[in-house]
Design a protein around this ligand. Sequence first.
Ligand SMILES: C[S@@+](CC[C@H](N)C(=O)[O-])C[C@H]1O[C@@H](n2cnc3c(N)ncnc32)[C@H](O)[C@@H]1O
Length: 828
Amino acid sequence: MAAHKPSMTRSSSTDSSALSNIDVSPAQKRDSSSDRVSASTPPTSLAETGSLGSGKVGKMPALDEVEEDSERRPKRVRSGISTYNLKKLSDAQLPATAGSSRNVSGLTGRTLVDGRDQEETTPFGSKVDEAMHMDWELPAGASQKKSPGRLQRKPSVKDRVKKVAGKVGSVLGKRGRDVLEAGKRRLGKKDVEDEAAEEDEEEEELPRWKKELDTGAKGLLDEMDLDADVDLLPPPPAKRARLSGKAPLREISQPKSAPSPLTKASTAGKRMKKWQKEGLYVGQDPDFDPTAPGGRKKLQKKRPDSSASDATLTGNSSASKRSFVTLPMFSYLDKQRDFIIPFDVFAPSFKKGDEKPKDWHQLNKNRLVGEARELWEKSEKLPASMCVCQPPDVGDQGCDDHCLNRVMQYECNDENCNLPASDCGNRSFSELATRMKKGGAFDVGVEVLKTENRGFGVRSCRTFAPGQIIMEYTGEIISEGECQRRMREEYQDKQCYYLMELERGLIIDGTKGSMARFINHSCEPNCEVRMVKVNGTPRMGVFAGEDGIVTGEELTYDYNFDNFGKTRQICYCGAPNCRGYLSKRLNASEIKKAAKEESERKRKAAEEAQRHAEDEERKKRVKTDRGSSWRGWVAVDDPETKERLKQEKKEREEAEKSSSRAQRLAARRGSLPATEKAPVIKKGDSQRRKTLTIENKTVRKTSTESADGATFSKPASRKSHTRTLSTGSKFTEDLPRPTSVHSTAAVTRKTEVSVTKVRQQSISEEIAAVEKTAEVVEKTVNKKRKRPLLDAAKSIGQAVKNGLKGNEKPQGANGKLKQSTLSFGKMQ
Ligand SMILES: C[S@@+](CC[C@H](N)C(=O)[O-])C[C@H]1O[C@@H](n2cnc3c(N)ncnc32)[C@H](O)[C@@H]1O
């Protein structure tokens, strides 16, 4: 079988990272096997565990392990699935060791090349073996018969077989077995000579399962409208989305297409590693470390162009320079997910139990509605443009910031751009179309998340370079009139609006629209939304901002609207320079005006607050001053009344000072409190008199009604009235000036009661003294006689006491005080 020995080494000819470093050279096999295994593994645990976590891709044991294992096992002939052993197909060239047969699922490079022990037992295998040898060692003449391109395709025959086998080893389900059988039949039928010719047919007639595997998860945007560039791509893959569980399988093949900016790297040079296409590294340059100080600067250095960045991110440039890539965004893992197994990392889509947006009709292409259609048709046709950009230097990207098309917001295409697509840096929507066509979660690169206080939002699940297109904002295109109508009639009760101006007079209503509708506002955004004319059609794209986007970041842009809804909405973006509201960013004069208005508003608010505080304070004071008898009158703020009362007080004070009569009375009264000094009422003060009159009446009434039942039931003299009145007046004066007349009466009543108590004490003392005197006199003067004087004194005293207690009327003729009572009156 010397002719079957391949003489070349293949290090990266397959899509799979697991298979990409398989060395089929027997000479080198043993020495470098372990190195190759590690080299084919992504540099962190993510890629390794991606396959482990999925549970669908077979575990890859280390080569030594496999060898040991095989030596221990007895050699056995396998049938069924095992007859399709890749060892056969790949024409093993390693020296055979006893019992080197292995389980298919334990795929390693060694497994693929060491299958000699089964040759005799598998005619099918030997056929394939022959075919494989033909691939590699066709005589020169034979190869010349075929087209020159054939030789280039030959490695892919092998790869494809390996892929199939890889699936057998990894999927291991009924489907896998069916596939295997189908492949077996197909291969078995064909003649070796014809096989290569049929490759192309096979490629076209891929069964559904193959398409699914090839395309992987369709992702979330299965209705994406693809523009003209899509024509260059092969027919779309399976219609239904296959979610992240299948994501690791997508790497198996790339769609054959004309080179696009995105696929350029993979078609022109090395193929992309799995970890570069799936997982948190997607879109990330190996040199890029967002956690390092100034790490983002690395992103900024890149050209603000998606195709350029994606080309560099494929690993062709810096990936090859480094043996390790930087770690992905751990914030993503810490904050958003439980880090259980890395498979979670590979499943950026919704998990069970996550809240999903309701009432979202996904619409991934713009739809003209109503009169917008007419407006659209009538709209000014854009003039054709042609950029004059020169081919870029090696490693650079053309159509940069100076590109005429770019400046005019036109996207370059083959008609309006001189450069080939691979050199042009102004084909964002074309790149987006390619990504969406692939449809995997990491190609789409975004997912919906539920935020704490802003409803739903959108988060990236890959890295985007500055200026790279992320997604398109699509929805129903409506006219302004229709927009007003919807706002008025349909959305009046809504919290969220999804309206965005596309062009003059045309608005995109994303209520039915793409995932971009969920992007929230931030006063310090990381994205920007721009209109670009693609083949003459205006489209709205969401682009990464100048700092780029790292995996796990929430996407935001500045809404910058005038009136988002009827009232201003409070902004919860949390940016240090947050404007506070979801409102427009203002220019200098508007800021000045707004600042003035704001300060005026603040001043008024402060005044109001001050007034309120004063009112509160005054109410409190009034309450305290008035004590428990206070009935809740409101203090009067009327300045006139205040002034008048002040004046009155002053007059009274002066009168009090100058009244000698008042002083005499005070001296005579002795025990009475000084505050009860009677003021002198000025003549001519009619107002004052009037007030006093009212008080006077009140006092009289009070005397009668008093619970204490004052015994002075004989109408009080003019003098006593004056005294009482003065007391009431004084008390009133001390109050914080309620103007109610009613208040004066109440206060007066209280005053009267307090005065009466003082008098009661005084009277009692007098009575006691009189009684004592009478007793002494009678004892001394006439012991034998009756004691009329003492009796009279006692009688009077008793009467007074009774009167004070209110029990009985005082003793005396007709209930009236006797003569002696008059002297009591004098004693006051
Ligand atoms: C276009 S929608 C964005 C998606 C929305 N969060 C949802 O759940 O559908 C705009 C609405 O989101 C909310 N929103 C967006 N950004 C916000 C922010 N920074 N602060 C508060 N609310 C915000 C507001 O209610 C706004 O009307």
